[in-house]
Design a binder for this molecule. Structure first.
Ligand code: ZN
Length: 105
């Protein structure tokens, strides 16, 4: 299974600027998640582009709802412009290919 190039980087955009982060390995994606969590905190909204999709990440006010994908509380809500049900950051950053090996880096 070939990896597409779009899955190798995540583009994080907030009001103070943007950054490109590697999103190849599960560890990379964990780092992306930590950056997004930090940026959403003070600012409230972050644009995240990963795996060829664009997400608006916000921190929901009040008690978080359960994610429809993984049933975990949505501490960060990731929504798309097409109006589909928002999912959590963990589902957005779940590795698209479980067979990615560390040697691929
Ligand atoms: Zn989820």
């Amino acid at each position: 299974m070939a990896l597409s190039h779009v899955s190798e980087f995540a583009h994080v955009q907030c009001s103070s600027g943007g950054l490109i982060l590697p999103a190849h390995s599960p560890y990379d994606r964990q780092v992306v998640r930590q950056h997004v969590q930090q940026l959403v905190g003070p600012i409230g909204s972050v644009q995240l582009g990963v795996d060829g999709k664009q997400w608006t990440v916000t921190r929901p006010a009040g008690r978080p709802r359960s994610c429809t994908e993984c049933a975990q509380p949505q501490l960060l809500r990731c929504s798309r412009a097409d109006g589909r049900t928002p999912i959590c950051i963990a589902c957005v950053l779940a590795a698209p290919n479980e067979n990615v090996s560390w040697e691929d880096q």
